[in-house]
Design a protein around this ligand. Structure first.
Ligand code: CUA
Length: 342
């Protein structure tokens, strides 16, 4: 028996040996998540996310207080163990009833109450005349439309700052989840249903959103940007979404437009005001001003755009766009045309 015990404790001892280098590495990776521009729910920029952040901090401080109390009681029990002549062990049953059941019950009921209050506030519908945006999840990008505007954009949602904006959510295929950590908690997109949430940004800026439900190989490349801007800027942007795309102004752009409309691009993509009216992929009428290519896959610049047109499968494998048989001489024109669309 004695041998067994010694063996066990020596094995446990070997497992318990600290590994400072590994621990430091873990810490570095964990702390990388605290980098300044990360879209963290703990840096809220809207009233929805503020509620979540407040709830998070309430739970954090309560947990810390409970942890400190348990450690203090443990220390107390070790220092003044039973049989210690200097301590009078008064009424253990009363202590256990109050500290072990009464106080935790009060804390849990209070936190539950705060949670219910926040749930009701987050679920409340915006005013009937609030601006509305319709977002459809696709594998793996977000189609964005506004009732009353003929056009669409992709992976970019514009909202007026300081206003509650209704967001209607649908999915074209599988389950996705709409999440803008700094503005609002997640809302799942469920096939056959129209879900609703809202966004409200207290200050102008760009806030990154992300699909938060695993939806296939490119789930990680299903990001979007919420751009909160002044009412005047938003109205101007929305008016452009209802107007034909910008016309080419250089020879290269004109050749690019011709290649786009007469080639395979037009089968899947729309550019408003041209013969390209495909509805399979994103509307590209404002391609030049988009923040990224492929829903956050790569930056929107000429080099990445060329690579994407030629063979997007090398950038975002599995996406719906097959490699394009584009003439090497045509590629610069296509790039010039698409980058001119703002
Ligand atoms: Cu869409 Cu994950």
């Amino acid at each position: 028996m004695e041998t067994t015990v010694r063996t066990t404790s020596s094995v446990a001892g070997r497992h318990r040996r600290p590994r400072p280098v590994l621990t430091a590495l873990y810490a570095v990776f964990l702390l990388a998540g605290c980098a300044g521009d990360a879209p963290s729910a703990l840096h809220p920029a809207g009233s929805g996310a503020s509620r979540i952040a407040d709830l998070w901090w309430l739970l954090f401080w309560l947990s810390l207080a409970v942890f400190a109390e348990v450690i203090a009681l443990l220390a107390w029990a070790l220092l003044f163990r039973r049989g210690n002549a200097r301590v009078r062990h008064g009424q253990p049953l009363r202590f256990v009833t109050i500290a072990g059941a009464g106080i935790p019950l009060v804390i849990l009921v209070a936190v539950y109450g705060v949670g219910l209050r926040d749930l009701a506030a987050l679920g409340a519908a915006p005013d009937p005349d609030a601006p509305t945006v319709e977002v459809t999840g696709h594998k793996w990008w977000w189609e964005v439309r506004y009732p009353g505007a003929s056009g669409a954009t992709a992976n970019e949602i514009h909202i007026p700052v300081g206003e509650r904006v209704r967001v209607r959510l649908r999915t074209d295929d599988v389950l996705h989840s709409f999440w803008v950590p700094q503005l609002m908690p997640k809302t799942d997109l469920i096939a056959g249903e129209t879900r609703e949430t809202w966004l409200r940004a207290e200050r102008a800026g760009s806030y990154r959103g992300q699909c938060a439900e695993y939806c296939g190989t490119q789930h990680a490349h299903m990001a979007f940007l919420v751009v909160a801007q002044s009412r005047a800027d938003f109205d101007a942007w929305l008016a452009r979404l209802d107007a034909p795309a910008r016309q080419p102004s250089t020879e290269a752009e004109r050749r690019g437009q011709q290649a786009f409309v007469q080639g395979t691009c037009a089968a899947c993509h729309t550019v408003r005001g041209t013969g390209a009216q495909g509805r399979v992929g994103p509307d590209l009428s404002d391609m030049g001003s988009r923040w990224s290519i492929g829903a956050g896959a790569v930056p929107n610049d000429a080099g990445h755009l060329g690579g994407w047109i030629a063979n997007s499968q090398t950038v975002k494998p599995g996406n719906a766009m097959p490699p394009q048989p584009v003439d090497a001489a045509q590629l610069p024109d296509l790039i010039a045309y698409l980058r001119s669309l703002e």
